[in-house]
Design a binder for this molecule. Structure first.
Ligand SMILES: [Zn+2]
Length: 328
């Protein structure tokens, strides 16, 4: 099996490659991983391997099937296909699954973001997973397998995708983003937990730049004489939970770096080393420790679906309290 530039995740790839190289395609696969971890990319590579007509390792990249930009036996539902995985859609997918492949040995049906399926839709899908047609491969992608019914999980080969180390990610990221600054790429890779897809998106759509800006502004606001700058900044995050989460992750790295600096270490992790230096010069180790703890607490609170406006007020108050010494 050839994974192309789908680097890292060896633990997930090895058993998959062993099965596929031996000609044993699982009837159903469940690929789990956070956004940007490469679920969709891997699904497409497996689909390509299933329809490839080349000899030897697949997908060969050279046969007629591999050269098609869209293969008639690979179908994508859910996710970016724009077809929501409703009960009706799943019923239609079930009917499609009984149609023989057009030209390949298999028909591959990719159900992206399967976690968006209702219980009813998942139950409808279960019916076909229980007795799958012979030449069909289902590939489901989701963030976390626990989002799927136990009965579905038990009928799928589950594959977990995680972070990719910088050593392996570097070459891929540099090739795909040739104009990006190398140091900036490394920092983005760190901030997004080694998820290559997420790094690419953030570098291309300007999110990373915006996060850098906000991180520096927050770090300044934390040590400002009044809470006003912090309140103003948190207000800019209103209605954008995703950005809030990334800014929090970025701030956590800065506070940790500042703490390391305060104890004589060197900056190594964060997206804003200057901000870390400024904080280390102004705040004691104890205050920096409090900032790290408060930020971790805020991350937990954010993940619990708290009302956004309330959360941002709390964020401002918590950071302020930690930095000016009134933290509990
Ligand atoms: Zn091929």
């Amino acid at each position: 099996m050839r994974f192309g530039d789908f680097v890292g995740n060896e633990r997930a790839k090895r058993p998959l490659a062993a099965d596929i190289d031996a000609g044993r395609f699982p009837h159903a696969l469940l690929l789990e991983g956070e956004a940007g971890s490469g679920r969709k990319t891997l699904a497409k590579i497996i689909a390509r391997a299933a329809v490839c007509r080349g000899e030897g390792e697949r997908p060969c990249g050279a046969c007629d099937a591999c050269r098609k930009s869209e293969h008639p036996d690979v179908m994508l539902y859910g996710g970016e296909s724009g077809v929501p995985l409703s009960v009706d859609a799943v019923r239609a997918i079930r009917q499609q699954a009984y149609i023989l492949p057009n030209e390949a040995a298999y028909r591959v049906m990719i159900l992206a973001d399967a976690q968006t399926m209702s219980m009813q839709a998942q139950n409808a899908l279960l019916k076909i997973l229980e007795e799958p047609p012979r030449r069909v491969i289902f590939i489901l992608t989701c963030e976390n397998r626990t989002q799927m019914l136990e009965t579905i999980r038990s009928r799928c080969v589950c594959v977990s995708l995680g972070s990719v180390d910088w050593d392996e990610a570097e070459a891929v990221l540099r090739a795909r983003l040739p104009r990006a600054d190398a140091e900036e790429l490394r920092r983005a890779h760190n901030l997004f937990g080694g998820r290559i897809g997420r790094v690419m998106d953030a570098m291309q759509d300007g999110t990373f730049r915006r996060v850098l800006e906000l991180t520096s502004q927050f770090a300044e606001a934390v040590i400002a004489p009044t809470e006003l700058p912090l309140l103003r900044l948190t207000a800019t995050l209103e209605k954008n939970k995703e950005l809030t989460a990334v800014v929090l992750a970025s701030l956590l790295l800065v506070f940790r770096d500042a703490l390391t600096l305060a104890y004589g270490g060197e900056v190594c992790l964060s997206t804003a080393p200057d901000a870390a230096r400024a904080l280390a010069a102004r705040l004691s180790g104890r205050r920096l420790c409090a900032l790290v703890k408060e930020t971790q607490g805020l991350q937990v609170a954010l993940s619990r679906n708290m009302n956004n406006t309330l959360f941002l007020t709390r964020m401002s108050a918590c950071l302020r309290r930690a930095a000016d010494g009134t933290a509990r």
